[in-house]
Design a protein around this ligand. Structure first.
Ligand code: NDP
Length: 385
């Protein structure tokens, strides 16, 4: 029986992970489940999965969580320190699926504990990639990519060597506005932006997919997980989301991983690794799909691609600044305060205004993150005024 913790259990990736675990309950013992504010959802899951502890990020909700878990035998905890403590308990396998840089400390704590960490929380790796990879190295914990593209690359690299890689191609659906002009993007609403054509995901990553910042974050994520050099990582738009990414070796042999666009497939890969497990996912029916299309990404209509590559090339704290400004701008867009095309403009403005020394510790990253959030807020206020 393996012990499992899921950070961000109430979210899209968390629920997909629980869906797989529920199908074989005798194989897993659930240690910690966490959420940010969804007390009812978290309490229901914790009771159902007989978790040891349920942690709510918002400490003001401790009382409500404790009441919701009364008589269940599940311990209730709240706040950022409790999240980190739960990560430190060191489950055999931890799903890092908190959204945003808020997942950084818990993810680092899980890596420090030395177990296997399945990483969905790309923002933490984008913000603190070098420190996170160094921690995984130091503790010999296993970091398994869950993002479908990075999971695909990981699979294509099995048995291969990074030294032999000529090129990594991250595929991108292009999002719901792939064919729209900049002018047509002016009036996009949050409801339109979260309606992804292929994937069902949380609101933040859905907006990131629509701006293509998601692919920019994934570029930075890939550069940390698969250090072949940024110039060897490219992005290719592939609207059907069937090929999840590709690795070309120096003999010009290209390996691709294909599958239905269902996050349970990469999650199952990380859950069963190094073995395989059955999933309830749809088999790939290429005859029905009929054709696979590809096109070059357009950094003019989707400036987030350009900004993310520039931040990756600058290195140091630049990716953390990019990420923090983007988180603020996406939240403002979702709440109707700014327009869709303002998101990348705010990120660019903050990147141009702020730099900091290369972070030596997580506190440095979080300080830069906090500063970038303040600046993004200021830029936004000026834009709205
Ligand atoms: P969701 O928004 O669906 O879920 C986010 C989870 O994180 C929820 O459990 C939420 O709790 C919790 N959370 C949010 N803010 C905080 C906080 N400040 N502190 C602690 N917990 C918090 O997101 P997704 O599941 O879509 O995405 C999760 C991560 O996985 C993201 O980094 C995303 O980029 C990545 N990812 C997602 C994919 C997908 O298909 N969804 C695909 C690939 C990567 P609550 O419910 O209480 O708000």
């Amino acid at each position: 029986m393996r012990s499992i913790s899921i950070f961000g259990a109430t979210g899209s990736v968390g629920m997909s992970t629980l869906d797989l675990i529920r199908r074989d309950p005798d194989a897993y013992r659930v240690v910690a489940l966490t959420a940010n504010s969804d007390v009812d959802g978290l309490a229901r899951l914790a009771r159902d999965m007989r978790a040891q502890v349920a942690v709510i990020g918002d400490s003001a909700k401790y009382g409500a969580l404790k009441a919701a878990l009364a008589g269940s035998g599940v311990e209730a905890a709240a706040g950022e320190v409790a999240l980190v403590d739960a990560a430190r308990t060191g489950a055999d396998w931890t799903m890092a699926a908190i959204v945003g840089c808020a997942g950084l400390r818990p993810t680092m704590a899980a890596l420090e504990a030395g177990g296997t960490v399945a990483l969905a929380n790309k923002e933490s790796l984008v913000s603190a990639g070098a420190l996170m990879m160094a921690m995984a190295n130091r503790t010999q914990s296993t970091l398994l990519p869950v993002d479908s593209e990075h999971n695909a690359i990981f699979q294509c690299l099995a048995g291969g060597s990074l030294d032999d890689v000529a090129r990594i191609t991250l595929t991108a659906s292009g999002g719901p506005f792939r064919t729209r002009s900049r002018a047509e993007m002016q009036d996009i609403t949050p409801a339109q932006a979260v309606a992804h054509p292929n994937w069902s995901m949380g609101a933040k990553i859905s907006v990131d997919s629509a701006t293509m910042m998601n692919k920019g974050l994934e570029l930075i994520e890939a550069a940390h997980l698969f250090p072949v050099g940024l110039d060897r990582i490219e992005i290719l738009v592939h609207p059907q989301s069937v090929i999840h990414s590709m690795v070309e070796y120096r003999d010009r042999s290209t390996l691709a991983q294909l599958g239905s666009p269902d996050m349970r497939i990469p999650i199952a890969h990380a859950l069963a690794w190094p073995q395989r497990m059955a999933t309830p996912c749809q088999p790939l029916d290429l005859a029905r799909i009929g054709r696979l299309d590809f096109e070059a990404p357009d950094p003019i209509r989707f400036p987030a691609l350009r900004l993310a590559r520039a931040a990756a090339e600058a290195g140091g704290v630049a990716p953390a600044i990019l990420n923090a400004a983007n988180e603020v701008a996406v939240a403002a867009f979702l709440s109707g305060r700014i327009g869709f095309i303002d998101i990348a403009m705010i990120v660019e403005d903050v990147l141009n205004r702020y730099s900091a020394p290369t972070p030596a510790a997580i506190d440095d990253v979080l300080a830069a993150d906090a500063q970038a959030r303040i600046l993004a807020g200021n830029v936004m206020e000026r834009m709205i005024a």
